[in-house]
Design a protein around this ligand. Sequence first.
Ligand SMILES: [Zn+2]
Length: 332
Amino acid sequence: MTEIIPTVDFEADGKQIGWLRLPHSVTRSAYGVIPIPIAVIKNGAGPQILLSAGSHGDEYEGQIALTRLIQTLESEQIRGRIIILPALNLPAALAGTRVSPLDNGNLNRVFPGDPHGSPTWQIADYVEQHLLPMVEVVADFHSGGASLEYRPHMSTHFSVDASPEHKARSLEIVKKLGVPHVMIFERKPKPGVLPDGAMRKEVFSFGGEFGGSGSVSPDGVAYVEKAVRRLLAIFGASEESLPESMELEAEELRIFGPKAYVYAPEAGVFVPATELSQQVQPGDLCGEVIFPDNPGRPPVSVFFEGGGDVVCRRHPGRVERGDCLAHLAASR
Ligand SMILES: [Zn+2]
C-alpha cells in the first residue's frame, strides 16, 4: 500500500495544481515529504489521460511543455480528465540528473516499483498501481539527457500479446502526432520502463525523445507541445480541429537489436564521424577514440555493426570503455 498522499481530488471538476506527498524523513526534516507536482484538470465524463515528464531529471523538453500546459489549459477547454506530472522524479529534476540523488534510482528502469522501497521505487509503484489504472492513455516524454543527443522522435510501446485493435490504434495514433519519425516497440512487458507498466495495465502508451546534450531544444519543446495537443484531440479530450498534415504519415522505425548500438572500446576522447540522421551501413566508420594522455598511441577506430539511421549520439567527448557512442534505428 502506497504511503504517497495526493493533495488533489482526482474526482473533482476544475483545475487543481497540487502535490503527491511522499514521506521522506531525514535529519533536516524529520516529518518532511517530497512534494511531487501534479495537476488534475477535469471536466465531467470523457477521456482519461496521463501526461508525464521528468522521469529523468536532465531531460527538459517534456518538463517545459507540461509546465506550460498546466498554466494554460483550463477545464472548460477539455472533456474528461487530464493528469499532468511535469517533474515525476522530483529529486532528479531538481538536481538536473538522470537518477535520483536520494537513492540512485533510475525511475524509468524500476517499474513496477515498490511501495515500501526508497523514493524512486515508491514513485514508480504509485504510477503503476494508482495512476495508470485511472487512465486509458499515457504519454511520458524523454530526451537524451546529459550524455546523449537524439533526433526527435515519437514512440509507442505495446505488448506482443495486445489485441490487434490495440496495436493498430497505437500505430495509427503515433504517426499522427506531428513528429516526422516514430519508433515502435513491440515486446512482452518486463520489469523496467513506464511503458511496461502501461502494457501491464493495457493502457495506450506514447512517448519519445526530443533533444538532449543536457540542454533545452526549442524544436523539441515545440514537438512535445504539438504531440500533446494532437493526443488530446485524437482521444476526444479537446475540441481542437486537427490539421490537414495529420494525414501525413511519419516514418516508422525500430531499434533492431544489440547491433543497433555502438560502444566505446577504450577510454579516451571520441571523435564522431557521423551526424544525426545520417544513414550508415554495417562496417561504416562511427568515429575514433584518441588518447591525448598518450599521444604516441594510434587512434582506435569504431565501426557500426548494423545499418540504419543514426538517431542518437553521445554528447560528451570523454568516454569510458562501454559508453554508448551512438545507436541506430531502421524501418522494418
Ligand atoms: Zn529519459
